[in-house]
Design a binder for this molecule. Structure first.
Ligand SMILES: Nc1nc2c(ncn2[C@@H]2O[C@H](COP(=O)(O)OP(=O)(O)OP(=O)(O)O)[C@@H](O)[C@H]2O)c(=O)[nH]1
Ligand SMILES: [Zn+2]
Length: 354
């Protein structure tokens, strides 16, 4: 990988602070200011002439019914809305943030502008996801920038091959006193994934559970999802088998971050389902990369496993990354009135075995 993950880390920091960045890639370079962290002063500093367009993800553009302005042959590309006099900061926030979609009649008609710098635009949207902000930017072909980077730098920060084991320690837990915790870190990615090794290797493929972080379910006992009970049951099943591994992946909200997941919850309060909510925010329905989990297993010298999951994408994602899942074990728990619809959507729309 030729990219510099540190440049991407600086760009993520800049996005969180509301500083402009410049990204170069195939098709050219663009300068960007994240809409979520912009204010009037930052916008004036970025775009004194009022020329910036608004960059949106393909998912957000589809939500805003901008599909007719997109190239039908390549629908999954970002959309650039050309600058119009009424497209001020509040107007841009309304494009970026779906929370008021139902009460905000769209002003339009939006004029989509040609976007040659497709690679840089995709890199910008990936950075927004990594920064945990809404994937929408003011965009100028040339402008001020605190951080300059290349699209390849973003690929480098997401490169699971960079992950290393940094430390390990004994960690007796309830139900499994013989357990060890192993921490992993990449060169620039702040996410610290951990593995819990339970029991003693038997020479047989371990039972493995990939658990994506869910603060609300794991720590607060949220009834909206099944994460907390799945975490408990996963640990119990591994301990009962005598030997296995729980990977705790810092991929909160299926990879969109805590704040964006809570925004998705607010949209669910308006009646959208869990997958629609992600798309309205401008993200994929599931933004996780299970290559991270595959890399962790490889570092633990496990390339044949028995996987506890109902999610066919976890099996496929591990297989693509070279881990052989010799058996899938179901992990279904009783529904409650608050997560019944959520589980139904996972089964009917996301194809989970439930
Ligand atoms: N964006 C979003 N994320 C959610 C929502 N509900 C739960 N999550 C997240 O979804 C992830 C659930 O992960 P898992 O339990 O590993 O996975 P799963 O895809 O359901 O698959 P299995 O449990 O293995 O069958 C966690 O990161 C949660 O934070 C939601 O409504 N929106
Ligand atoms: Zn959850």
């Amino acid at each position: 990988m030729t990219g510099d993950p540190k440049a991407a880390a600086r760009a993520i920091d800049a996005i969180r602070r509301g500083w402009p960045i410049r990204i170069a890639g195939d098709g050219g370079a663009i300068c960007l200011l994240a809409i979520e962290t912009a204010d009037e002063e930052r916008l004036a500093g970025f775009d004194a002439a009022g020329m910036a367009g608004v960059l949106l993800s393909a998912e957000r553009a589809a939500t805003l019914k901008l599909a007719n302005q997109r190239d039908a042959a390549t629908p999954a590309v970002p959309v650039l809305i050309g600058r119009a006099p009424w497209l001020d900061l509040p107007g841009a926030v309304a494009l970026a943030d779906p929370s008021a979609d139902l009460s905000n009649p769209f002003k339009g008609p939006y004029q989509s502008a040609p976007l040659a710098a497709g690679e840089a635009a995709n890199a910008a949207l990936a950075l927004a996801r990594l920064a945990g902000v809404l994937p929408a930017f003011f965009l100028l072909p040339e402008g001020p920038a605190e951080v300059s980077l290349a699209a390849a730098d973003v690929a480098a920060i997401e490169d699971a091959g960079q992950l290393r084991i940094v430390t390990r320690a004994r960690l007796p837990i309830e139900g499994a006193e013989q357990a060890e915790i192993v921490a992993f870190r990449g060169p620039a990615d702040a996410a610290e994934h951990v593995a819990l090794l339970i029991g003693a290797p038997t020479g047989q493929p371990p039972i493995v559970r990939l658990h994506s972080e869910c603060l609300t379910g794991d720590a607060f006992g949220s009834l909206k999802c099944d994460c907390g009970p799945q975490l408990d049951e996963g640990l119990r099943a591994i301990a009962a088998s005598g030997w296995g591994i729980l990977l705790y992946l810092r991929q909160e909200g299926r990879g969109i971050g805590l704040v964006n997941k809570l925004r998705a919850y607010a949209l669910q309060d308006q009646g959208f389902d869990t997958l629609e909510a992600n798309r309205r925010l401008g993200f994929a329905e599931d933004a996780r990369d299970f290559g991270v989990a595959a890399r962790m297993l490889a570092l633990l010298n496990q390339d044949r496993i028995r996987l506890l999951t109902n999610n066919p994408e976890k099996v496929a994602g591990l297989a693509r990354a070279g881990i052989e899942v010799i058996e899938r074990l179901p992990l279904a728990l009783p529904a409650n009135p608050h997560n019944q619809a959520y589980l139904g959507i996972k089964r009917d729309k996301a194809g989970h075995f439930l």
